[in-house]
Each structure stands twice: as structure tokens, then as C-alpha cells.
Write a protein that binds this ligand. Structure first.
Ligand code: NAD
Ligand code: LMR
Length: 329
């Protein structure tokens, strides 16, 4: 039997975690031969509720679930964590933008970045889901000077999956027939879902759909999908967010498929002219845990304008929280 791997989840009593924890314990991330310990972080007021969730986890009798640790202290929850899902943060309600959460949630990520710096595994993979995800990841990594920025990412995988699904529906094919969609930039309403490089059953996507559909339907539908789910459900997306978090982490650990890439928000290395250091969503391939931005894709004026507006938005968010960066900032 392999030694258990430590997986930490913040916001463990919340609605995303109510899907994520059970899938983790069922082996959906690391497979059926890898025991796991779940380290669950919550605010003190939510600990009684979280204890109820733990009762249910235990009642599933998952063969792979070695241990569950519950804490309101990030230094306990993140101790020797190998994989960390930073989900805990306030979600937006109807009529709000994700950036409205910036001040409410920013402090969380400076505290948690410091705790990760102190106690997490040096190879930890940290996925920030809590909104505004890109800038929260930026705060966390700036408060973890002993870890590499490469240890951190923010989630645009849900947007990537949404883009894939919209294109698949339009073309009447399965999502698995769609490759190489991209979500560039920020996990915000300004994100740029791009199909210039996408293929559907091997054919160029833009030869199968007309430009007007791409510009006037596809882009706004993907950009506004989070708001549409809130409108319909009265709460923000949860099971699809948990599923995307697993997709992202699985790709990060085991590598991307040959002939495809994923969208992942990571510290920019300056690729495509984006300011170095901003947490920006790029198309990436991953091999042996090493994330590589797909370079050299031709970018037309339409796309360039959208990449630039995402950069401007992320700069503005960064400037609003710079006071929370550690000495590294
Ligand atoms: P939720 O309100 O159901 O749960 C959030 C949980 O976080 C709560 O239980 C709360 O007590 C906890 N929490 C708050 N502060 C905390 C802290 N300092 N430490 C630990 N836990 C803390 O919300 P949810 O629906 O699960 O969504 C969580 C976050 O994920 C929100 O910010 C939401 O906007 C975001 N989200 C992001 C994506 C994405 O694609 N990136 C998708 C869906 C939701
Ligand atoms: C989403 O994209 O579903 C989440 O970011 C929740 C939201 O606020 O839209």
C-alpha cells in the first residue's frame, strides 16, 4: 500500500467542497491505489457544519480515505500538504462582479500564502479557486517567498470547459472531439475565450462556425456563464467548479493530453507581451509536473486587443492589493 498523500482544502464546509471532498476521497484525483489524508480548513463559525460533512465522508466508508484533519488554523491544515485547493472565500451574489470580492477576500490569501510558505511541502501544487482567483493567487504567491511562483495557479479551467462545451454543442459533437480552445487572461467577465486555434474532429473550428457566432454569442456566453448559473441556481456554480478543479490538478500532476492543451492562470513570464508576474491565463502543456506556456501562436489584432484589456484589468486588481504583498512585493 502506498503512503497517504496530504490534500488540503480551504472553505471545506462550502458548496464547492461539498462536491470536491467526496470526489477526492473516491479517488478521482490520484486513482484507486493512492490513499489520501484530507486536511480541511474552515473559519471557526463553520467548523460545526464541517464536522457534519466529515460525518458524511466517514459514512461513505471510502477505502482510500486514510485520515481527516479539521482545523481553523492554516498552519495546521497546510502542514506537509502536497496538493492544496484554496476554495475558501466569499462568493458573489446576483448583480456583482467577481472583482467586487477583492477587498473582502484578499486578506485570506495573504494569511494563507504565509502559512503555505511555512509548512507546506516544498513541491506543493496550490490551485486558487476563490474569487477573484487570479489576483488571490498573486497575493498568495507574493506571501510565500520560499516557494516558487510555479507552485501556484488560479482556476480558469472551468471557463476552458465551458468554452469546450459551447463549441461542441454548436458543432453537434462531443466535448472530447474539441481540442485547443483557450481562455486567456482573467477569470472575470473580461476573460477572452478564443477558438482561433481550436479544432473540432481535427478541423479548424473557425471553418465550421461563422465569425458572428464566435464574436456575438460564444464569447459573451462563456464570459457570462458564471453569472448565468448564479441567476438560475441562486448560488454560484459548485459541482462544475469542483470538477474543473480536479481536471486542472489532474493535468498538473499527470500531464496534458498529447495533441491538446489546457488553460491555466500562472505567473506570466512575459509571454505574449503580458507584464511579467501577473497571474494570467495561458494555454499550457504539462509534462512531469512542469508547466510550459504554448508559445508562438499567431495573435491577430482582435485577439491582441483582448489580451491587452485582460492585462490592464489584472494590473488594476494588483495595484489595489499591493499593500498585502510580503517584502517580495
Ligand atoms: P461558499 O460560500 O459555499 O463556501 C465558501 C466557504 O469558505 C465557506 O464555508 C466559508 O466559511 C469558507 N471560508 C471563508 N473564509 C475562509 C477562510 N479564511 N479560511 C477558510 N475557509 C474560509 O462558496 P463556494 O460556492 O464554495 O465558492 C467558494 C469560492 O470559489 C467563491 O469565492 C466563488 O466565487 C469561487 N468560485 C470560483 C470559480 C472559478 O472558476 N475560479 C468557480 C466557482 C466559484
Ligand atoms: C464561476 O465562474 O462560476 C465562478 O467564478 C462563480 C462566479 O462568481 O461566477
Amino acid at each position: 500500500m502506498k503512503a497517504p498523500v496530504n490534500i488540503a482544502v480551504s472553505g471545506a464546509a462550502g458548496q464547492i467542497s461539498y462536491s470536491l471532498l467526496f470526489r477526492l476521497a473516491a479517488g478521482d484525483l490520484l486513482g484507486q491505489d493512492q490513499p489520501i489524508s484530507l486536511h480541511l480548513l474552515e473559519i471557526p463559525a463553520a467548523i460545526p457544519f464541517l464536522k457534519g460533512v466529515v460525518m458524511e465522508l466517514n459514512d461513505c466508508a471510502f477505502p482510500l480515505l486514510h485520515k481527516v484533519v479539521v482545523s481553523d488554523n492554516p498552519e495546521v491544515a497546510f502542514k506537509q500538504a502536497d496538493y492544496v485547493f484554496l476554495v475558501g472565500a466569499t462568493p458573489r451574489g446576483p448583480g456583482m462582479e467577481r472583482s467586487d470580492l477583492l477587498t473582502a477576500n484578499a486578506e485570506i490569501f495573504s494569511t494563507q500564502g504565509k502559512a503555505l510558505n511555512k509548512v507546506a511541502s516544498r513541491d506543493v501544487k496550490v490551485l486558487v479557486t476563490g474569487n477573484p482567483a487570479n489576483t488571490n493567487a498573486l497575493i498568495a504567491l507574493n506571501n510565500a517567498p520560499d516557494l516558487s511562483p510555479d507552485n501556484f495557479s488560479a482556476m480558469t479551467m472551468l471557463d476552458h470547459n465551458r468554452a469546450k462545451n459551447q463549441l461542441a454543442e454548436k458543432c453537434g459533437v462531443l466535448c472530447s472531439d474539441v481540442k485547443n480552445v483557450i481562455v486567456w487572461g482573467n477569470h472575470s467577465a473580461g476573460q477572452y475565450p478564443d477558438i482561433h486555434h481550436a479544432r473540432v474532429k481535427g478541423q479548424e473550428a473557425l471553418s465550421l462556425v461563422d465569425e458572428a457566432w464566435f464574436v456575438d454569442e460564444f464569447i459573451p456566453v462563456v464570459q457570462q456563464r458564471g453569472a448565468a448559473v448564479i441567476q438560475a441556481r441562486g448560488k454560484s456554480s459548485a459541482a462544475s467548479a469542483a470538477s474543473a478543479a480536479l481536471d486542472l490538478m489532474r493535468n498538473w500532476i499527470y500531464g496534458t493530453d498529447e495533441n491538446d492543451w489546457i488553460s491555466m492562470a500562472i505567473a506570466s513570464d512575459g509571454s505574449y507581451g503580458i507584464e511579467k508576474g501577473l497571474v494570467f491565463s495561458y494555454p499550457v502543456t504539462i509534462e512531469d509536473g512542469k508547466v510550459s506556456i504554448v508559445k508562438g501562436l499567431p495573435i491577430n489584432d482582435f485577439s491582441l486587443q483582448r489580451l491587452r484589456s485582460n492585462e490592464a484589468e489584472l494590473r488594476e486588481e494588483r495595484n489595489a492589493v499591493r499593500h498585502l504583498f510580503g517584502s517580495e512585493g
